[in-house]
Design a protein around this ligand. Structure first.
Ligand SMILES: NC(=O)c1ccc[n+]([C@@H]2O[C@H](COP(=O)([O-])OP(=O)(O)OC[C@H]3O[C@@H](n4cnc5c(N)ncnc54)[C@H](O)[C@@H]3O)[C@@H](O)[C@H]2O)c1
Length: 154
């Protein structure tokens, strides 16, 4: 893990992850792609440790040309995807923004990674990883004493 694209890194969990990663991994460069919706704030990114290893980009994960550009320009080997419409009750009033960001946006990131890592064979010489942070409403609930979910967990 050298060049990490964090999406939604101006939000609650993403900004704490950016802060953590900068402190824990001295060799890592972070590109932080966040649309700055009502849920995101640059104030969450004040006084980062080692801020010169953090590049903030205001933009939409649904914007495929932008995502492609960031993957190539920064030679991204890892994506940690937090960007989401996260306040579930709002989806009753405004489902469209949830469909756009959570479904279309995630699909856009996955297709961009597939093109960059697999079709262009960037993955042959290095490890790559797409880590999607989501919620128990998607993944299901795990009790503290239960074994971790695997890829083939129903
Ligand atoms: N906060 C929790 O307690 C909690 C619990 C379980 C799971 N989660 C999940 O973790 C993830 C992150 O949650 P959070 O609490 O940090 O959310 P948040 O709402 O605080 O942050 C989401 C961030 O995504 C950005 N964003 C929204 N749409 C975007 C788009 N189209 N393109 C780019 N950026 C966009 C927002 O500007 C914001 O900074 C979500 O998937 C959420 O469901 C959160």
């Amino acid at each position: 893990m050298q060049n990490v694209l964090v999406t939604g890194g101006a939000g609650f969990i993403g900004s704490n992850f950016v802060r953590y990663l900068l402190a824990a991994e001295p060799g890592v460069q972070i590109v932080n792609l966040d649309l700055l919706t009502y849920a995101g704030s640059l104030e969450n990114l004040n006084e980062l440790p080692d801020p010169e290893r953090h590049t903030f980009v205001q933009g939409n994960i649904c914007d495929r040309p932008l995502v492609d550009e960031l993957l190539h320009k920064h030679q991204i080997d890892t994506i940690v995807h937090f960007a989401a419409e996260s306040h579930v009750d709002r989806s009753i009033l405004d489902p469209g923004s949830f469909i756009q960001t959570n479904i279309i946006g995630t699909h856009t990131l996955l297709e961009a990674c597939r093109a960059y890592w697999l079709v262009e064979n960037k993955a042959t010489s290095q490890e790559v990883r797409f880590h999607h942070i989501s919620t128990d409403e998607v993944f299901g609930t795990l009790a503290p004493d239960e074994p971790a979910f695997e890829e083939d967990t129903p």
